[in-house]
Design a binder for this molecule. Sequence first.
Ligand SMILES: [Zn+2]
Length: 62
Amino acid sequence: MEYQCSVCGAKVKNNLMVYIDHTEQHIIDEIKSHHPDWAEEDGLCSKCVEYYKAQLRGESAA
Ligand SMILES: [Zn+2]
């Protein structure tokens, strides 16, 4: 069974998708600021999690 990441559109295996914990609300807020239609219960792929965590650490060139 495959899951489609609603943030980047990538297809990933169900067991590789990530649900963000409420204690990481700052990550949820960051994702929602870029993807208003996304909801945390949708989950996202591990690449997106790493991407947004990096953004919040200020590692992006943007
Ligand atoms: Zn993704």
